[in-house]
Design a protein around this ligand. Structure first.
Ligand code: ADP
Ligand code: MG
Ligand code: MG
Length: 211
């Protein structure tokens, strides 16, 4: 079964919940290798989206929800993550266009467009210890699942699991982009906060789809 507007809205609500639950954890990760504001930035952004969900006009599509998230994150999150996530959701919105129901291939395309947006904006490569290290394995897992005929929920489950593993795998890496790169070798031994928040958001997407 395809994923519709109800999934998209539920994804945003679950994202806001999970970011709020993990606010302190994200702050602490960012305190270790950045400036300690990632949890606060993300929480502010997703809390700002919530009331706007109620104003979505009848007939809105998943793409409209993704666009609403994009514009809200861009105007409220700030820092590095605001424009990066904003671009991700904007590109994801364009990728699904006005489709009302997303199948496995559409979800894989949504995720790929999001990752490509982050890369276009931030120019990070795999292994630079950024959110890209959660997104790229997620996109790859989503693409294989979709190619194997998985439905949208199974594609998201594969993506979420790969993103979680990708976030853990940032721990030994030396940061080459963003604030953490100022620490050089001392950035090793800490999980990247943006990779962790990305894993949380993709887990929320998968949980919304399995409901
Ligand atoms: P800031 O570093 O401006 O305080 P945040 O703390 O909100 O912003 O976000 C930091 C996260 O942004 C990092 O953990 C990393 O995942 C991500 N990030 C930073 N620079 C880049 C980049 N060039 N490409 C991809 N992700 C990046
Ligand atoms: Mg920060
Ligand atoms: Mg900051």
């Amino acid at each position: 079964m395809g994923l519709d507007i109800n999934w998209a809205v539920d994804w945003v609500r679950r994202s806001a919940d999970v970011v709020s639950e993990h606010r302190v954890e994200l702050i602490n990760l960012d305190r270790e290798i950045g400036d300690g504001d990632h949890g606060e930035n993300m929480d502010r952004g997703f809390q700002a989206v919530l009331p706007k969900l109620d104003d979505l006009p009848a007939g809105s599509t998943p793409g409209d929800v993704l666009k609403l998230v994009a514009t809200t994150l861009i105007s409220t999150v700030g820092g590095a993550a605001g424009p990066l996530y904003g671009t991700a959701y904007l590109r994801a919105s364009s990728a699904v266009g006005g489709e009302v129901s997303l199948d496995g291939n559409a979800v894989a395309a949504l995720l790929q467009a999001g990752r490509d947006g982050i890369v276009a904006r931030g120019k990070a490569e795999s292994g630079d210890k950024t959110m890209v290290d959660a997104w790229t394995p997620a996109v790859d897992a989503a693409a294989s699942a979709a190619a194997g005929g998985a439905d949208a929920a199974a594609v998201l489950r594969a993506a979420a699991d790969a993103a979680a593993a990708g976030a853990v795998a940032t721990e030994p890496l030396v940061a080459r982009k963003g604030r953490a790169s100022y620490l050089g070798e001392r950035s090793a031994g800490h999980r990247d906060p943006g990779a962790q928040s990305s894993a949380l958001l993709l887990e929320a997407a998968a949980e919304a789809a399995s409901n």
